[in-house]
Design a binder for this molecule. Sequence first.
Ligand SMILES: C[S@@+](CC[C@H](N)C(=O)[O-])C[C@H]1O[C@@H](n2cnc3c(N)ncnc32)[C@H](O)[C@@H]1O
Length: 262
Amino acid sequence: MPEDLVKEGEKILLWGGPDANFLTEYRVGKAVHSHRGILYLPEELRWGEGLVSSTGRVFYVIRPSNADFILRLKRKTNIFYPKDIGLVLLYTNFSPFSRVIEVGSGSGAMTVFLSNLLVPPGKLFSYDNNPEHQKTAKENLKNFGKPENVIFRLRDVYVCGFVERDVDIVIVDVSEPWKVVPHAYRSLKDGGFLVFASPNIEQVKEMREVMAKFGFVAMKTVEILMREWQIRDVGCRPEHEMRGHTLFYSFGRKTKTQKDAT
Ligand SMILES: C[S@@+](CC[C@H](N)C(=O)[O-])C[C@H]1O[C@@H](n2cnc3c(N)ncnc32)[C@H](O)[C@@H]1O
């Protein structure tokens, strides 16, 4: 099959401009209805091809980006936003072969994204104590990610901790992250990364104090503000609206200092 042909069942983004773009699955003959007309998907479809809708709007067939997927996930919880996910990868030396733990699975935004990057023996161990949330994360993973790279575990991590040892990265997104520190300490390799995401700075302070007691070093807390710009012939300027706050992201490295800490 020529490389530029879209395969049956592949996800495509139909780009008809900022006011009309739709993520769908390619099926021969499928009718895609929108406020910019109906599109019928032809027998042979090529990446980059332009299709004309019943109202004359041109839609280009492009591969969805990771951000396109994440923003369209079914949601039961707050999620990690694409702008923040890149930061987590950069500050944790993430590689496709990393062994990573996350708590909680939530809606699976991080789960989907990491699953698409991991290559065996790289693996993600995704924990949650809420079966409904984990079910949503699993559905999203099946739709948009690579389930073979993820192992789900349903348990209360505050009480039961993690099964795995010698992992490279632990990512924590729960309301009382300090309750996870002893467990993360036990599961991380020396030098491994503990990342936590919290909406409030009081949580960050408390968590960092506990991490310091456990001998975590090289701690850093950051927040990313991302502002999109309108670029046009005249009057280029920032968009009026932006997401003012998502989460504070904090990072620390495990040391041997507290080897016996419980
Ligand atoms: C904000 S969501 C995580 C969102 C996720 N980072 C994403 O990007 O989709 C937090 C999740 O942590 C789970 N959680 C809270 N406390 C927990 C605990 N003690 N053990 C395991 N999971 C927990 C909740 O059920 C919820 O699904």
